[in-house]
Ligand binder design. Sequence first.
Ligand code: ASP
Length: 442
Amino acid sequence: MKKLALHWKILIGMFLGILFGFLMNSVDGGKGFVTDWIKPLGTIFINLLKLIAVPLILASLIKGISDLKDISKIKKMGGRTIIIYVLTTLVAIVIGLTIVNTVQPGKGMSQDTIEKIKTKYESSDGVKDKMDKAKVTKDAGPLQPLVDIFPQNIFQALGDAKMLQIIFFALFVGICLLLIPENKAAPLVNFFDSLNEVVMKMVDLIMLTAPYAVFALLANVIIAFDDTEILMKLLWYALCVVGGLLLMIAFYLMLVSVYTKKSPMWFLKQISPAQLLAFSTSSSAATLPVTMERVEEHLGVDKEVSGFVLPVGATINMDGTSLYQAVAAVFIMQVIWPEGLTFTNQLVIVATALLASIGSAAVPSAGMVMLVIVLESIGFPEELLPIGLALIFAVDRPLDMCRTMVNVTGDATVSMIVAKSLGKLHDPKPKDWDDNYDKVKG
Ligand code: ASP
């Protein structure tokens, strides 16, 4: 397998994982075998990625900001990043709403199917869990998300991997490093520079195991599917989401090509390992270290930009999620609350899906939790909510995989645009895990 490019190795791992999952689904005790002996390998891989995410954000952002050497550039970078993130998310929501209103996947669903889905999922733990989590978010005050950015204890923030709090702290340290004399700043800057190099090398090493890890992750996803009949009934809805997500990818490729003058195919090839991992893990947060490595070393975005744009993006920029929320909300209305399908309600969906995608955590299924809030904002009847969620529950995981892939691609696209606008896009210098190996192998 040595000479194959990484994305091919990962694709082969994914393909074999899917095959293996189906095989295990059809033999007695197969599911148990996957859960006990295969799934843990995927969990170890995700743990390792999460392990390095926090030191990576801290080190690359502090080092990056201190490298900018110019506080006005930080303002420019922050402003541009947020504006482009909001604009791309709005495009995603409009694409989602256009498709779902044109195709109308929920229109002809039979009462029989609705009953079946209702019986199976309405009071399932999965649906209950989403509703409970949504309640916690809803009960918080309007400014709580702002308050949550400012940590009172950095060690707690680091321990709980609170992304926005860590980003705030790193920016704070980086700016103060610029405000003190250079000779005083140098030791800390060098420390974080060195930490950043080490963590990047860890990404390279962890990625050596990616093809095996995606095998485990996908085999585990496949054994969770047990009702293909319901899946087929939701096919049009799922196709609307996937079609919209593909259009979003096309939109990113156009942005990359027009604005940075780079070939879209080259962009896709460089970013593909991160996309495939996003697909396999359903978590932009877990994928973040790989996204950062690809964007910095393979797309040529300088650390000072990627170190800021990508962690912020993983937390607040979720174009795939917002597109999905728009399609899912309208689909649910088409099936069980058609009287709610007014133009005003669709406008409210645009606003709330934007906020909900900003508020969604970068972990599996978070988009579905925030969907509850989108539905409530348009006055969706409370007693119908569990049925609404039950309707889309069966296909949530595969759609989550696809939307996470789009979320990550969106972050990478925006980091290229912001880098280009600040003169921080250069020819990439990819590093490999063994660049220095000959000197130390003894
Ligand atoms: N899983 C998505 C992510 O991590 C969030 C979601 O849409 O559920 O980006």
